[in-house]
Design a protein around this ligand. Sequence first.
Ligand SMILES: Cc1cc2nc3c(=O)[nH]c(=O)nc-3n(C[C@H](O)[C@H](O)[C@H](O)COP(=O)(O)O)c2cc1C
Length: 195
Amino acid sequence: MVLDAIRTRRNTRDFTNDPVSDSALELMIEAATWAPNHRNTQPWRFITLSKNGAMRAKVAQIVHNWTFENVKNPNNERRISSSIEAQQEILDAPAFMYVYSVQGRNDEITQENYAATACAVQNLMLAAHSLGIGVGWSTGKPCLANVGTAIGAEPDWDIVGALYIGYSAATQTTQPEATRNPINEVTIWHVGAQK
Ligand SMILES: Cc1cc2nc3c(=O)[nH]c(=O)nc-3n(C[C@H](O)[C@H](O)[C@H](O)COP(=O)(O)O)c2cc1C
């Protein structure tokens, strides 16, 4: 069952209009917090922005402005439309969340914390998948726009991603094909008896 969930989860931002309840989000965040983490630092932080809320609108506007300033498309119409698209996608997502990782007292712990928080995101996505909810993990515009202090993140938190969340519109047959390389291409096997 876990293997099935791992294999069939897909990154998606193709959602139905169905709302995602706070209790579903709570369940997903709770699952996230069961991720492995060294020294019990529990370094993950989640910031949710409810649909139609003032903070969601504020973030969407910041991302719009960032996109307009930074995505230097020579075609001005394209530049305007991609800024509006980025803004609208944030406004439309049934649920939208930022995930951050707190820094440790040294680089080693900060790196461990980041790894643990990435595990937490995977837990969150698998829990969502088990509820029929899809997640689109982005480190693109919503993160690059640097909304941290506006949404209440501490300045020294590391951003791990923005998550677009909603009930998946894709069915088993319409969802994008996913592939992975054979494990022998990514594994070194040391075999043989000890001499
Ligand atoms: C750290 C991280 C950052 C990602 N950032 C983006 C992103 O900015 N935009 C995007 O479309 N997908 C992003 N993704 C999703 C990946 O593109 C996606 O996981 C990959 O295409 C494999 O698809 P699958 O997750 O459905 O197997 C990100 C994934 C990870 C782990």
